[in-house]
Ligand binder design. Structure first.
Ligand code: PLP
Length: 387
């Protein structure tokens, strides 16, 4: 049975439902138990042979968590998924599964801050790292070293929302025996399925759209059975950053409305991007759904939709001007994270890190907004007033 048989809506609402197993409960229960007991010792020794496929202990498998893992594997068109305690737990596990001392990682353009810090952190284990701000293939290829083992991607990139050509990079990497990892949090599995383009591991922070209600933190890792057979027993079980069943249950609840929510985020996001693009106080909008985006054509090829997270640059790019716009907003909350029901606004310019921003190709007048599920006309009016 291949997952292609099911629509995203069916996967989100019903895949993994097993009414007979749960006494007809329409919502699967939370298995809040650390261990599972066996009829006799023989059964336990049998289960020990296949920890991945048995229920033994929470740090390996849990029936509630497993239902959501099945859904996310199916949505991403991957063979296997494991859920983690946070996006960073999934990301660090994915990166380390392919690396040893002496290896090199190449990352492309603006990557989520803590992920970049993680690349610096693993230097102490003899793993080196290069980041290129360029997204074109020649630039990426020219930085591959003989010891490059992983190419790490985000598309769209953090804060700058540039796209990278996933098929082309996966193909270059495969020819050289390099593994590819992508953080697919922005697109969600509904709008982009990188495994279909040849990417080896897809990671998500489920704290964003997949949960969707700003009430949980978690991560997901989707990959082939072959890679998971190693990862489960090592980077998953040994690092131990696993998702608790209550969080999985909340995530399952969030997923039921994911297709509806993403349609709304897309529709409102596009309206917001078009509004911003035409506003005289805005220099530039970073959103791959705009026809004026340099990545528009690539986006049409590899994305199935556009989420509600974007950024724009103010014509007056002083810190004071950024501060004033943010402080004038009434319907957008000021906070980190994104992808929930609530609209959020933030700037990477904190007033004391301009040099660092410019070095990473980010304009000091950049504001990032997460367009939530509120009334879009009200959100646009509020933004207009602040600008
Ligand atoms: C939030 C985020 C993460 C980290 O996820 P956590 O669940 O906070 O650990 C990783 N990548 C992207 C793009 C994110 O936005």
């Amino acid at each position: 049975m291949t997952n292609d048989l099911f629509s995203d809506e069916h996967i989100c609402t019903h895949l993994g439902d097993d009414y007979g197993r749960f006494h007809g409960a329409v919502v699967p229960p939370i298995y809040q138990n650390s261990l599972f007991v066996f009829d006799n010792f023989d059964r336990l020794t049998e289960a020990m042979k296949d920890e991945q496929g048995s229920y033994l202990y929470w740090r390996g498998t849990n029936p509630t968590v497993e239902i959501v893992e099945k859904k996310l594997a199916a949505l991403e068109k991957g063979e296997k998924c494991k859920l983690f305690a946070s996006g960073m737990a999934a990301i660090s596990a994915a990166i380390l599964t392919f690396l040893q001392a002496g290896d090199h990682v190449l990352s492309v353009s603006n990557i989520y801050g803590p992920t970049t810090k993680f690349f610096t952190y693993v230097e102490k284990f003899g793993i080196s790292h290069t980041n290129t701000l360029h997204t074109d293939l020649e630039a990426i290829e020219s930085l591959i070293q003989p010891n490059t083992k992983v190419i790490y991607l985000e598309s769209p990139t953090t804060m700058s929302f540039k796209l990278v050509d996933l098929k082309a990079i996966a193909s270059i990497a495969k020819q050289r025996g390099i593994k590819t990892i992508i953080d697919n949090t922005w697109a969600t599995p509904l709008f982009q399925n990188p495994i279909a383009y040849g990417i080896d591991i897809v990671v998500h922070s489920v704290s964003k759209y997949l949960g969707g209600h700003s009430d949980l933190v978690g991560g997901a890792l989707i990959t082939s059975k072959e890679i998971m057979d190693h990862l489960f027993y090592h980077e998953y079980q040994l690092f131990g950053g696993v998702m608790p069943p209550y969080e999985a249950w909340l995530l399952m609840r969030g997923l039921r409305t994911l297709p509806l929510r993403m349609r709304a985020h897309q529709e409102s996001g596009m309206k917001m991007a078009l509004f911003l693009e035409n506003h005289p106080s805005v220099k530039k909008v970073h959103y791959p759904g705009l026809q004026s985006s340099p990545d528009y054509e690539l986006g049409r090829q590899q994305l199935k939709g556009y989420a509600g997270l974007m950024s724009f640059e103010l014509v007056n790019n002083s810190f004071e001007s950024v501060r004033q716009v943010l402080n004038s907003l009434k319907l957008y909350q000021i906070g980190v994270s994104w992808g929930g029901f609530e609209s959020l606004a933030i700037s990477p310019n904190y007033g004391y890190n301009t040099e660092q921003l410019v070095e990473s190709g980010i304009d000091p007048g950049l504001i990032r907004i997460s367009v939530g599920l509120e009334n879009i006309d009200e959100l646009i009016a509020d933004m207009n007033a602040a600008l």
